[in-house]
Design a protein around this ligand. Sequence first.
Ligand code: SF4
Length: 106
Amino acid sequence: MAIDPDFQENRELVDTHAPDGEHDVWGPVDPPEKLGIHGTTVAVDFDICIADGACLQDCPVDVFDWMDTPGHPESEKKADPAREADCIGCYICEDVCPVDAIVIKY
Ligand code: SF4
């Protein structure tokens, strides 16, 4: 299942995460199994992400960092949109993600 493109309407803003510039976290969140969606303009559904790494490799402006998520059923790390404010809207990450865990919202 792909990330819900209407997550802002269908989910609640439950937290913020500020590894290197703050981004939103959309629930439900119940770690370690349920981690929600990180980011708003660059949104990554952590519960779908399998840590493939194509987005980290291909993003031209280095928006993503790995975030360790031990105990999550899909993968032990996630592509965190740590610098979503730097995004230039090229949509490469959306295209390369093999599980459609990313949506770009402008
Ligand atoms: S849309 Fe392009 S610039 Fe923005 S996070 Fe994805 S790959 Fe990076």
